[in-house]
Design a protein around this ligand. Structure first.
Ligand code: HEC
Ligand code: HEC
Length: 489
């Protein structure tokens, strides 16, 4: 290598610039940021934040209890402690964000939680978990009936086959009861009204199921049976005769089957016969979809009525409200699929030729005219509307109006008390309006009213023994749950 290729050697740049002697000592020699200064500054910043975030709010933020606030009972208070000690808080949050309100439309009484809901001393400190591994529970009061919770705490997979929630089977009966009472207390008074609504519906449905077999028979006697009538009264009448907007394609059927296996088999069974693992824990029991005859002619088995019940659930029964979890299309797909079950849709690959089309029966349409209001005039030429039929009977709008007569209760109570079907063969002249008016004029304050126990109005002989509350809980909580359904043939 030649010398000429080397860079020229530079020797005149000093390692550190000199400074005139008149300047003071170098800054490094007179350090301002001493460890003490850093520590004090850090503490000052820390305490300022603590004062703003912790001290100020706790001393100055004192919202009045909201009108919805309801103090916990002793048993709910115990449930709250179990909720904390069993780690439920790690997976569930307890407050509603404004962006969750859209999901709330499928609840009765949707609303956003407000600070005043949580100020009672028994709710303090708040247990707002931040994880949403499971659903937010701030509004869970009355979202499910007690029997659903029993099966769910025993084994979450029994009611939600895809659930990752652990089993709480190890709790004692009293502990399970307290945890259920606490879950049902969420959202104060609104939660309590919903919970009472669940109980009322259960009482009415069970009483109705104790009516004579003749009254329960469906199209075979020429008008909707009592069970189907109770179901029809729960939904908006626009859905009664609605057909499925989706075509019967194999793709739709396969997606429907997938949903059924992910979410429905725990209750409705791997064969769709209503005998899932949760069967013995639920009262009333899950419906069976296996009879082609019912699927084609039943009063409450049209695609629209199936859709409505999957969307909103069936209050008083464990049938869930899937409106927050399934898309509209997916609900219609599972409705398509249900109609292949009688022809083996669950045991073989479902194909369009297995589909049982719903046709209804002539007397059903005659009967429906008793209840169909003008606003819901339908494309079905058999169905006109009745002048006697008040807007609101069977509509959700009427159901949620607090303090007013609930037409759904009124109609079921009518069947239970009189032993006949309104507008049925025995009683062709009873109109829905008569029933609701009569109910409204009943002297007793609570008759057919939301939030007031309906048990007092049910004739004693129709009340099934030991079907509610602690007695029922004790009976089923101690029972082992089958771990697996036999696989379909
Ligand atoms: C590992 C996480 C996890 C833990 C711990 C957990 N859950 Fe859950 N929970 C879930 C998931 C996921 C779901 C949704 C699926 C299902 O219904 O099981 C759920 C659902 C629920 C529901 C039904 C909510 C709804 O809107 O349908 C309730 C009520 C509930 N859990 C209560 C509890 C209670 C009480 C505890 C403690 C005893 C608990 N959970 C512990 C994950 C968890
Ligand atoms: C936790 C148990 C449970 C789960 C899960 C469940 N159901 Fe149900 N379902 C019931 C019960 C109980 C009834 C009976 C209600 C009654 O007595 O009116 C029912 C009734 C129904 C009905 C009305 C049937 C009729 O002829 O009366 C339909 C439709 C239905 N379920 C569909 C579904 C679908 C689809 C799924 C899954 C996406 C599902 N269910 C999940 C318990 C359940």
């Amino acid at each position: 290598m030649k010398d000429t290729q080397r860079p020229p050697h530079i020797d005149y740049i000093p390692a550190e610039p000199r400074h005139p002697d008149s300047w003071g000592p170098h800054p490094r020699k007179k350090m301002l940021m001493t460890p003490l200064v850093v520590a004090l500054g850090g503490l000052l910043a820390y305490f300022t934040v603590v004062a703003m975030v912790v001290v100020l709010p706790t001393t100055t933020f004192d919202p009045p209890p909201s009108p919805n606030n309801l103090a916990l009972t002793e048993i709910q208070e115990y449930g709250r402690r179990l909720y904390l000690s069993n780690g439920c808080i790690y997976c569930h949050s307890g407050f509603v964000r404004p962006q969750d309100v859209a999901a709330g439309q499928y609840y009765l009484y949707p609303r956003i939680a407000e600070p005043g809901d949580y100020v009672a001393s028994d709710q303090s400190p708040n247990m707002f978990g931040s994880e949403r591994t499971g659903p937010d529970l701030s509004e869970s009061g009355g979202f499910h009936p007690d029997d659903w919770h029993i099966a769910h705490y025993k084994n979450p997979r029994s009611v939600t086959p895809i659930s990752l929630m652990p089993s709480f089977e190890f709790l004692s009966t009293d502990q399970a009861a307290s945890l259920i009472a606490f879950t049902q207390s969420r959202q104060g008074k609104l939660g309590a009204i919903r919970t009472q609504h669940q109980l009322n519906m259960k009482q009415l449905i069970l009483a109705e199921q104790n009516l004579s077999q003749t009254l329960q028979a469906d199209y075979k006697i020429g008008y909707p049976g009592s069970d189907n009538l109770a179901n029809l009264m729960m939904m908006e009448r626009g859905y009664w005769f609605e057909s499925n907007p989706l075509p019967v394609t194999q793709e739709n059927l396969l997606r429907g089957r997938e949903i059924f296996q992910q979410r429905c088999i725990g209750c409705h069974g791997t064969r769709g016969d209503g005998e899932g693992v949760a069967l013995n824990f639920l009262n009333p029991p899950p419906a069976a979809f296996s009879e082609p005859d019912d699927a084609a002619h039943g009063s409450d088995t049209s695609p629209g009525t199936y859709y409505w019940r999957i969307l909103r659930g069936v209050p008083g029964t464990a049938m869930e409200n899937f409106g927050t979890r399934l898309s509209v299309e997916d609900i219609w797909r599972v409705v398509l699929f249900l109609k292949t079950i009688p022809n083996g849709g669950l045991t073989k690959t479902p194909t369009p030729d297995m589909y049982v089309a719903w046709v209804g029966y002539p007397q059903l349409f005659t009967w429906a005219n008793c209840f169909y209001p003008e606003s819901l005039a339908t494309t079905n030429p058999e169905v006109t509307y009745s002048d006697n039929s008040p807007p609101g009977v069977g509509d959700v709008a009427a159901m949620v109006e607090q303090g007013s007569v609930n037409p759904e209760y009124a109609v079921i109570l009518y069947m239970v008390e009189n032993g006949k079907i309104p507008c049925g063969a025995d009683d062709p002249n009873t109109s829905a309006l008569d029933i609701v008016n009569a109910a409204a004029q009943r002297p007793t304050e609570g008759y057919a009213r939301m939030g007031v126990s309906q048990l007092q109005f049910i004739p004693a002989e129709l009340i099934p023994a030991d079907q509610y509350g602690q007695g029922w809980l004790e009976k089923v909580w101690t029972k082992p749950m089958p771990t697996q359904d036999p696989p379909p043939n």
